[in-house]
Design a protein around this ligand. Structure first.
Ligand SMILES: Cc1ncc(COP(=O)(O)O)c(C=O)c1O
Length: 415
């Protein structure tokens, strides 16, 4: 594939394809490839390739698939069954798992479970959380926390049933929850947010847990990014919180499409006692290819977790410290935020607590943000379009040094 595509020859309407000259055609280790040119990748499949592109585990799994005649079966299969057994060893709070094909699918089916059990319609979402493109949650909060659609074509019902509470603001959140608690089915949150990854939210998450328990509201953690990305396997384990339902995905698929719903025993029993069936099925649900590669990858990460997470943390902490030191020494208007190996470069050096503030302080830099992203690309670094930076196990010390060099040059030039 070459890079000379222009929009008139482009018949794709997926996000990202309509206004770009950058097309990629492969990946190897820490690099993403375009027309035989290597770029240091900072996206790694939007966080799904924790071992890097085309890792040994991934390649071996693909070989096994053809050697052992693994196939799409659309029937109960051993691979899905075995992966679920491994998951219950890792995520001990949960008794059952439901395999989906994307994070979005896991999210909308999770909301279906919550509504079934609670018999209530209102969903509480937390500002700054991203849950994929499920219609019920494809909104952002305006300054007064009213839902603003992020897409055309969403029904008014979705808007009516959505309530926003402000991330990390216990007092305001409590007020809103108190006012609506009789109508609330569930609270869903991305516990550490990709839009501003920090560890500041522990108290807030513990408040949500207590509030949900007391008021019989279902608490859902969306750990699509954070699941299996840190040494404790999840944010809930790190902070010792037990949500009723969690969603996982990304790196648990080992590079294959996946979304996972995990429910605890209580939710399982309530679902069982429900007269009407809750529908989870689909042609590719629990498919043997995703679950085989997912299991192989997860098993490898779980077995080598000390080595893998130490490596990831060391590189990420070094990168953050080094760049933030450079930023403050040179009075640059930017700051690196980080949770584990999930990193974001925010184009403001103000102390920021949430997405709303981030957007506000970055507002005047839109043009320079565009320029610096292009500068990174011209210097062979693939800066993710959503701004969410991931390091992988395959990212080398040399890669980190090169990223630091280019980031420093770019920040000095444009900020
Ligand atoms: C926290 C979170 N939830 C849900 C999703 C949606 O997952 P998918 O893109 O696989 O539909 C994402 C994707 O980025 C995510 O980061």
């Amino acid at each position: 594939m070459n890079n000379k595509h222009n929009n008139s020859s482009n018949s794709l309407l997926n996000e990202g394809y309509t206004n770009t000259k950058h097309y990629f055609d492969g990946g190897k280790g820490s690099k993403i490839l375009s027309n035989n040119k290597e770029y240091i990748d900072l996206s790694f499949g939007a966080g799904s390739l924790i071992l890097g592109h085309n890792s040994k585990i991934y390649k071996d799994s693909i070989k096994d698939i053809t050697k052992n005649n693994l196939s799409i079966l659309a029937s109960p299969n051993k691979q899905a069954f075995e992966f679920s057994k491994l998951l219950s060893k890792i995520f001990k709070n949960y008794s059952k798992f439901i395999f989906c094909n994307s994070g979005t699918e896991a999210i909308f089916k999770t909301l279906r479970i919550a509504r079934t059990i609670s018999k209530k319609e209102k969903i509480v979402s937390v500002t700054g959380s991203w849950h994929g493109s499920a219609d019920s949650l494809l909104f952002t909060a305006d300054k007064k926390l009213k839902p603003e659609p992020l897409s055309n074509g969403l029904s008014q019902e979705n808007k009516k049933n959505l309530i926003f509470i402000p991330y990390n603001n216990i007092e305001k959140s409590k007020k809103i929850l108190d006012k609506n608690k009789k109508k609330i089915s569930c609270i869903i949150i991305e516990p550490i947010q990709g839009c501003l990854p920090t560890e500041k939210s522990k108290d807030y998450l513990q408040f949500l847990e207590k509030y949900s328990d007391k008021n019989k509201i279902i608490l859902i953690f969306d750990e699509m990014i954070t699941g299996l990305r840190s040494k404790d396997n999840s944010v809930q384990a790190t902070f010792k919180i037990k949500p009723s339902i969690s969603t996982f995905g990304k790196c648990l698929g080992g590079g294959m499409p996946i979304g996972i719903i995990a429910i605890n025993k209580k939710i399982e029993m309530l679902l069982k006692n429900n007269k009407k069936k809750v529908f989870f099925g689909g042609t590719f649900s629990g498919n043997s290819i995703s679950t085989y590669v997912g299991k192989k990858t997860t098993e490898f990460i779980y077995k080598n977790k000390k080595k893998i997470y130490q490596n990831l943390e060391r590189k990420s902490i070094f990168f953050q410290k080094e760049l933030n030191y450079f930023i403050s020494k040179n009075n640059i208007n930017a700051k690196i935020y980080r949770f584990g190996s999930l990193i974001r470069l925010v184009f403001s050096n103000r102390e920021i607590d949430n997405r709303l503030q981030r957007d506000f302080f970055e507002k005047n830099s839109t043009n320079n943000i565009k320029k610096i992203k292009n500068f990174f690309y011209l210097n062979n670094i693939n800066y993710p379009s959503n701004g969410l930076i991931f390091f992988s196990y395959s990212t080398s010390e040399k890669d980190v040094q090169k990223i630091l060099k280019i980031f420093k040059l770019g920040l000095k030039k444009f900020f």
